[in-house]
Design a protein. Structure first.
Length: 369
């Protein structure tokens, strides 16, 4: 009989845990993983091919270890879209925002240190914390999924965490965190720590408001984390990045693996950044579709959490998994992400969203018959 995980000398904090992941089922409409539904436009595909072809000629050499050209391009994108000037020295990039988070926890967390997040929120914050030996603290939220600021400040003062995670727009609930709340949490963290405050803006391009990047001014322990997986429609690229004080970028480089970003990844990301205007045009379409989903769900009789992301949390269900199955039986896959009484649907193409809305309307009609 082959050994299982429990038979191996696995670290205690990893025992009984499950790997992160969503069901990958072959159904007509998949709206469960917050992907951008639009394939990359053909001119961008051609530009990627050109850049990758050029990079392939030099694959016998290691890539640019510091990804200077890419970081410069990312800094220009942030400066343009967030209205706050940053340079390459303020930016660091890695293989997805998850590796960014991992590097931050390797640098500022670790054994004997703790991190706090306000749940429900992005579950990888806790999972990566445990993976880096960082103690995890689950902070409070209100009934409407906003952060209970007074309780959060109290928890920070009590636990004195070394890393504080704030996700805005929040995943899986979709609601944004006001800048004033982030400032209050930052001040509480510095009074108790000082500690690093990581604002996870994976979905910020879909927000009704703007980025919190300007908060970096005079706040050296603040980090803004971003990704190209969502707004840029490049989930398969695996490119995440952060913006922070240059000292933070220097510190993170102490733990990065040598040549961690391949030449192919850097070339592809640079090509995508050349087509920012086209890709952000798709974002505007998805924002409109997101708002249509919110209106359609509410008109059908569902409760909906305010959403600034490319997904919508809806309910409430006595049995959310049974509701998930009912929708799946109609050919639409949404996410049962463990928030009792709620499900999450990603904004897809108009046709995909029509199929989803038809499904939930049919379910409501059957329930009321």
């Amino acid at each position: 009989m082959s050994p299982g995980i429990d038979d191996l000398p696995v670290r205690d904090e990893l025992r009984g845990k499950s790997p992160y992941g969503a069901p990958q089922l072959d159904v007509p409409v998949r709206l469960n993983t917050n992907e951008n539904p639009y394939p990359l436009p053909e001119p961008l595909v051609e530009r990627i091919t050109e850049r990758v072809r050029e990079a392939a000629r030099h694959l016998n050499r290691y890539p640019d270890r510091d990804a200077v050209e890419l970081r410069t391009a990312l800094a220009a994108y942030l400066t343009r879209t967030a209205g706050y000037p940053v340079g390459a020295g303020n930016v660091w990039a890695a293989n997805g925002s998850n590796e960014v988070i991992q590097q931050l926890l390797q640098t500022f967390g670790g054994p004997g240190r703790t991190a706090i997040g306000f749940e429900p929120s992005y579950s990888m914050h806790g999972l990566i914390s445990r993976g880096t030996g960082t103690g995890w603290i689950s902070g409070p939220r209100n009934e409407d999924f906003t952060i209970d600021l007074a309780a959060a400040e109290k928890a920070i003062a009590e636990h004195r965490p070394h890393v504080v995670f704030v996700t805005t727009p929040n995943n899986p609930t979709g609601n944004a965190v006001p800048a004033s709340a982030v400032v209050a949490l930052y001040e509480a963290a510095q009074a108790a720590g000082p500690s690093m405050v990581v604002v996870d803006e994976a979905y910020v391009e879909f927000s009704h408001g703007g980025s919190l990047l300007p908060l970096l001014d005079s706040r050296p322990n603040l980090v803004i984390s971003r990704t190209m997986s969502k707004a840029f429609g490049a989930a398969g690229l695996r490119l995440g990045y952060l913006a922070a004080h240059p000292a933070v970028v220097d510190a993170v480089q102490l733990v990065r693996l040598p040549y961690h970003l391949s030449a192919i990844t850097q070339a592809t990301a640079l090509a995508a950044l050349e087509h920012t205007d086209t890709l952000l045009g798709y974002v505007e379409e998805l924002k409109a579709e997101r708002d249509r989903l919110v209106a359609g769900l509410r008109a059908t009789g569902y409760d909906v959490t305010e959403s600034d992301a490319n997904f919508v949390q809806f309910g409430r269900f006595e049995d959310s998994h049974a509701a998930w199955r009912e929708i799946l039986d109609r050919g639409v896959l949404v996410r049962d992400n463990g928030v009792p009484g709620w499900l999450r649907v990603t904004a897809g193409t108009p046709a995909e969203n029509d199929a989803f809305l038809d499904a939930v309307r049919e379910i409501k009609k059957e329930q009321s018959a």
